[in-house]
Design a protein. Structure first.
Length: 278
């Protein structure tokens, strides 16, 4: 009961903070209107009487969100697609690169975690490649792969592989020695020991790495799509910025945050499922 009341209090505080933030934002945006009767003829010719573009108030963003979300899957041409279609393209690229990274990172992480020789041999390469920015990989990927779609997926792959790899290696190496000894006592093969003893014990750490990686993948795809263009939420942001539509830019930023939160929540649920108490 105390836990439930604590969650309710937290929700009330969050909602109140949101309302206050929106109110302050709305009140801080003042419409710049110049009385045309007080302007000289030169000022009118130079456009001094026109309203200057500024940050839109939250009321305009809410109206824009309603317009976009009421028909999110419309397709009126290459440069005019609904927000649902754009997010769908981005999620497809993210999940493709992400699962390709998982197919390599988790088995390789097992190898590194179970072999100190493999760790010492591969660790220098990991430490050199891990800090490289996704924007640094993109020109090389475009030159070698010669395809913007595949290049974006490659950048997702190369940037999301490291947290999964390192967390898997750390989790496998941290499995209690007595559990491994029990498996050896029962004369289990190395493969069976890995699946029945090591994997369940290391699963919470592995899923933590996967959770970190999905967040990195979602961050990277926005920057990648701004460069490669065509489709996706990153392209949508850049296209609306080129159209000087700040309302759509703010709306798309909020949608990026919401989708990222949902992806993180999905892996948070998986993380709770595999957690255990010794």
């Amino acid at each position: 009961m105390d836990r439930l009341s604590e969650n309710k209090r937290a929700a009330i505080w969050s909602f109140a903070l949101l309302l206050v933030s929106l109110l302050v934002w709305e009140l801080s945006i003042s419409t710049q209107q110049v009385a045309t009767g007080e302007l000289t003829e030169y000022e009118l010719l130079t456009g001094a009487g026109t309203a200057k573009a500024g940050v839109p108030p939250p009321s305009e963003v809410i109206v824009k969100a309603w317009e976009e979300l009421s028909n999110p899957f419309y397709d009126a041409g290459p440069n005019d697609k609904g927000i649902g279609i754009q997010i769908g393209y981005s999620i497809y690229r993210v999940l493709t690169g992400y699962f390709l990274a998982a197919l390599i990172a988790i088995p390789l992480g097992f190898l590194i975690g179970m072999s100190s020789v493999a760790y010492k041999a591969l660790n220098p390469f990991i430490q050199v490649l891990r800090p490289i920015s996704p924007l640094a990989w993109m020109p090389l990927a475009l030159f070698i792969i010669q395809d913007s779609e595949a290049s974006a997926i490659f950048v997702i792959f190369i940037c999301s592989i490291w947290p999964m790899l390192l967390n898997t290696a750390f989790g496998v190496a941290g499995v209690r020695e007595d559990w491994v000894n029990v498996a050896r006592t029962h004369e289990l093969s190395a493969l069976k020991s890995a699946f029945t003893v090591v994997l369940p014990a290391a699963a919470p750490t592995i899923v933590t790495g996967m959770r970190i990686s999905i967040g990195i993948a979602w961050l990277v795809i926005v920057a990648a799509e701004m460069l490669v263009g065509g489709t996706g939420i990153g392209y949508y942001v850049w296209n609306e910025w080129n159209n000087l539509d700040l309302t759509s830019v703010i709306f798309s930023i909020l949608m990026i945050g919401v989708v990222g939160m949902l992806l993180d929540a999905a892996f948070g649920l998986l993380q709770r499922r595999v957690a255990y108490v010794e």
